[in-house]
Ligand binder design. Structure first.
Ligand code: CP
Ligand code: NVA
Length: 305
């Protein structure tokens, strides 16, 4: 049976570990110019309704490096823009391609495509989740820290798609996450409820950013205005001001804490230039690992290995 990857919770903890180990191996093979050509003759389709630098390019580069090909489509280029049903699109594309990565607004659209596609569908970001990001972030943390045991993540800012996938990862793998979000910008209740029902890890919501980072290994932030929320920007800029990752906040955090950001970053908004470019920041290793993890993910989805 084909597998999709729409949410971190589509995986078991063993599968997460397997994908991280596999990505580490493929990263070594990449460095030695010895990657397997395991995708030769295979085609990855990408349907992107929102902009992207990292996700699109890391998927395309990953596919080419493994010997495969990509077809990139914006919604505008396809008949989706003229109301062709997603179910029909999924069934037709499944006849041409081997894998499909999708970036869009409603999570239910990716679910609909996955339901009707006979090929694996990968979530390249929806309004609700960004699971590829968190998988490669876990790889980065494991590389830097050596392991994921007793991990403590502090999330600062918006309880958004990236935060939701972090909450899922903490609940699945059993590590601690503390989110400091302003009133009205907390994570969705359904995501919190699901995570709590898994009964693993420690999930805390606080208001005080200093409290969130007090014992953090990772300080994570993301844009205050996600794609699709541009009209709310002025209001958000005001609400999120106390949640900026800056030098004052870092002074209150453990000295070993690392700064992560999925990028793109807005310097002077959610993070200062000094924090983002400082010695605690690992954001560019994070960005690189998108490609390595996605090589492993695509090979695993295609072969089960
Ligand atoms: N982090 C991330 O998904 O970046 P892009 O929006 O550039 O793909
Ligand atoms: N939360 C951001 C993530 C971008 C990678 C957004 O959805 O725009």
């Amino acid at each position: 049976m084909k597998r999709d990857f729409l949410s971190i919770l589509d995986l078991t903890p063993d599968e997460v570990s397997h994908l991280i180990s596999k990505a580490k191996k493929m990263k070594r093979q990449w460095a030695e110019n010895a990657l397997p050509q395991s995708m030769r003759g295979k085609v990855l389709g990408l349907i992107f309704v929102k902009p992207s630098t990292r996700t699109r390019v890391s998927f395309e580069a990953a596919m080419y490096r493994l010997g495969g090909h990509c077809i990139f489509m914006t919604a505008q280029d396809t008949q989706i823009s003229r109301d062709e049903p997603l179910a029909d699109t999924a069934r037709v594309l499944s006849r041409y391609m081997d894998l499909l990565a999708v970036r869009t607004f409603a999570h239910s659209d990716v679910e609909e495509l996955a339901r009707h596609a006979t090929i694996p569908v990968i979530n390249g970001l929806t309004d609700t989740f960004h699971p590829c990001q968190i998988m490669s972030d876990l790889l980065t943390i494991e590389e830097k820290r050596g392991h994921l045991q007793d991990l403590k993540v502090a999330w600062l800012g918006d309880g958004n798609n990236v935060a939701h996938s972090w909450i899922n990862a903490a609940a699945l793998l059993g590590f601690g996450i503390t989110l400091a979000c302003p009133d009205g910008y907390e994570p969705e209740e359904s995501v919190l409820r699901k995570a709590r029902s898994l009964g693993r890890g420690e999930l805390r919501l606080v208001k005080d950013p200093l409290e969130a980072v007090a014992s953090a290994d990772i300080i994570y932030t993301d844009v205050w205005t996600s794609m699709g929320q541009e009209e709310e920007k002025a209001q958000r800029l005001k609400a999120f001001q106390p949640y900026q990752v800056n030098e004052n906040l870092l002074a209150q955090a453990p000295p070993h804490a690392m700064i992560m950001h999925c990028l793109p970053a807005h310097r002077g908004e959610e993070v200062t230039e000094g924090a983002l470019e400082g010695p605690q920041s690992i954001v560019f290793d994070q960005a690189e690992n998108r490609m390595h993890l996605q090589m492993a993910l695509m090979e695993w989805l295609m072969t089960g290995q």
